[in-house]
Design a protein around this ligand. Structure first.
Ligand code: ZN
Length: 459
C-alpha cells in the first residue's frame, strides 16, 4: 500500500515539529509542535491543519518540549478528538508545560489588544487554558520499549536521552520500519542516559540542531566555581537564568557536586520558579528514566537534585522577599533567556550592583535580553526601564541537551544496513545540509533535507 510522509514543520528550521504519516485511510501525526522564533515562523501556527483533524487516528509524541507538543491544544481547538500518546514522564511534564503555554498565548493576545497592534480585532489567543486542558485529557501514556498497536501499526518509544521522558519512535507500518529520532541527547550526560542505538530502519528522520557544530569543550564546574567565588567575596547574589525543565535540575546537580567536593562553600540556593519546582518533582518521580538515584523524596537532603540549603520558591510573596535578601546567595529562575518570568524582576533588582553576578548556562537566541547581556551589553531595558549593568556576567555553553555533530554521526553509524530513505530535519538549513552531506560522503544513499510542506512517497 502506498504510504506517504509529509513535513508540516521542523523542515529547514528547528521548531514546529509535525510529521504526517499516511497509509490508505490511516493517518498519524508524529509530534505536534509549536513554531517559535520570528514573525514568519509564528504566523505558521495560525494556519489550519493540512487535513481535517478528525481524519487523524493518533498523535504520537516524542517529548514535552513546546516545539514538539505545543500545537496540540490548537489541533484540539480545531476539532481533533483522538488520542495523543506519550511516555509517562512526558505526559507529566506536559501537564505543567501546556497550561503555561496557553497562559502565554492568552497574555500575548491581551497585550496585543491593549496596544492595538493586532491584525485581528479583537486579537484572539492561539489557544486558551481550556484548550490546553482538553489536550491533556487526550493524552494516553505508554512505557518505554513497550510496543503499542494502533490498527495494525506498531509504535515503540525508545529512550532518546534528551530531556526526561524523551523518546525516539520506531513505527512499523505495512512491513516498513520508520524511525523518528525526536531530539537526541548526549552520550556523556550526568543526568540523562545516552540515546539508545537503533539497529535498523527503512526510513529515518534525524534531527540536526547541531548538525554542523561541535559543543565547546570545558565543563560548567570551573565557571560555576568562579561565579560563586565572585559573589561570596563581595557578598553579592548570583542569578542563574535557566529553563525550568532540564536545565535547572542540571545546575542543581552540579552545584551539589561542587559542594560535596568542597569546591564551593554551602550558601543558600533559591529555585524561584513554580514550574522548575514542579519539574524537579517529576524528575524525582521518574527515577528509572535517568541516571540519578532519586527514588527519594525531593524534600530529602540526600536528593541529588537539590544542594545543601536549597529553597524551592512557589509563592509570589516569597519571591518578592528575595529582593531584600543580602548575599551571598544563588537564585535560579526562569525564563532561561530572560524574556519573561521572575528572572526579569531579579535582574531589575540585581543588575546595577557590581557585587552581583549573572551566569548564563544555555543558548541565548538572537534578539533576546539574555543574548544582549551575554554579549556584554552595558545597558538593558526591563519593564520599560533602562538599567546599567554593574553585575559581572559569566557564561558556559557546555550544558546543551542536544547531541552535537559528532554525537549525531555516532548514533547514525549504528544503522546497519543503512536506511533506504533518510530525511534530515529539525535544523537551520546550513546545519541540516551539512549533516546530509556528511552522510552522503560516508556513502549513504537517498539523503534529503525536506522543505516545509514537502511530501514523499515511502519506497
Ligand atoms: Zn527538545
Amino acid at each position: 500500500m502506498k504510504s506517504e510522509l509529509q513535513f508540516l514543520g521542523a523542515a529547514e528550521t528547528v521548531t514546529g515539529s509535525r510529521f504526517l504519516l499516511s497509509a490508505g485511510r490511516r493517518r498519524y501525526l508524529v509530534d505536534c509542535g509549536l513554531f517559535q522564533g520570528g514573525r514568519r515562523l509564528r504566523d505558521l501556527n495560525w494556519e489550519p491543519f493540512s487535513a481535517p483533524p478528525e481524519t487523524l487516528d493518533a498523535v504520537l509524541i516524542t517529548h514535552a518540549h513546546i516545539d514538539h507538543v505545543g500545537w496540540l491544544p490548537r489541533l484540539v481547538r480545531q476539532g481533533y478528538r483522538g488520542p495523543a500518546y506519550a511516555t509517562h514522564a512526558t505526559a507529566a511534564l506536559m501537564e505543567i508545560l501546556l497550561p503555561d503555554a496557553a497562559y502565554l498565548q492568552e497574555q500575548d493576545a491581551a497585550f496585543a489588544n491593549k496596544k492595538g497592534y493586532s491584525r485581528h480585532k479583537p486579537a484572539l489567543p492561539l489557544y486558551t487554558a481550556k484548550d490546553a486542558e482538553r489536550a491533556l485529557e487526550s493524552v494516553r501514556t505508554v512505557a518505554f520499549n513497550q510496543t503499542l498497536s494502533i490498527d495494525g501499526t506498531d509504535v515503540t518509544w525508545r529512550p532518546a536521552g534528551h530531556i526526561l521522558g524523551s523518546a525516539m519512535l520506531e513505527v512499523q507500518l505495512d512491513g516498513r520500519r520508520l524511525v523518528f529520532s525526536g531530539d537526541l541527547g548526549r552520550y556523556d550526560n550526568e543526568i540523562m542516559k545516552p540515546p539508545e542505538q537503533v539497529g535498523e530502519a527503512d526510513v529515518l528522520l534525524v534531527e540536526s540542531t547541531y548538525g554542523d557544530r561541535l559543543h565547546a569543550e570545558g565543563s560548567i564546574d570551573a565557571t560555576l566555581t568562579q561565579a560563586v567565588a565572585h559573589v561570596i567575596e563581595r557578598e553579592g547574589v548570583l542569578l542563574i537564568p535557566a529553563f525550568a525543565v532540564g536545565r535547572t535540575q542540571q545546575v542543581l546537580y552540579h552545584l551539589r557536586r561542587l559542594q560535596e567536593r568542597g569546591s564551593i562553600p554551602d550558601l543558600p540556593v533559591f529555585v524561584d520558579s513554580p514550574m522548575a519546582v514542579d519539574a524537579s518533582e517529576i524528575y524525582c518521580r521518574y527515577g528509572d528514566d535517568h541516571n540519578l538515584d532519586v527514588n527519594l523524596v525531593m524534600d530529602d537532603e540526600a536528593c541529588p537534585l537539590r544542594c545543601r540549603d536549597t529553597h524551592f520558591v512557589r509563592e509570589v510573596e516569597e519571591s518578592k522577599r528575595l529582593n531584600r535578601m543580602r548575599g551571598p546567595a544563588i537564585i535560579i529562575s526562569a525564563s532561561g533567556m530572560c524574556t519573561g518570568g521572575r528572572i526579569k524582576h531579579h535582574l531589575k533588582w540585581r543588575l546595577p550592583d557590581p557585587r552581583n553576578a549573572v551566569l548564563f548556562v544555555g543558548y541565548q537566541a538572537q534578539g533576546t535580553r539574555g543574548r544582549q547581556l551575554a554579549d556584554g551589553s552595558k545597558q538593558v531595558r526591563i519593564h520599560g526601564q533602562q538599567l546599567k549593568v554593574g553585575a559581572s556576567v559569566f557564561k558556559v555553553d557546555a550544558l546543551s541537551a542536544h547531541a552535537d555533530r559528532s554525537e549525531l554521526l555516532r548514533w547514525l553509524e549504528g544503522f546497519d544496513p543503512r536506511p533506504e530513505q533518510t530525511f534530515v530535519i529539525h535544523g537551520e538549513p546550513h546545519a541540516s545540509q551539512d549533516l546530509a552531506q556528511s552522510l552522503q560522503h560516508r556513502g549513504w544513499g537517498n539523503v534529503q533535507v525536506p522543505k516545509l510542506r514537502a511530501s514523499f512517497e515511502l519506497l
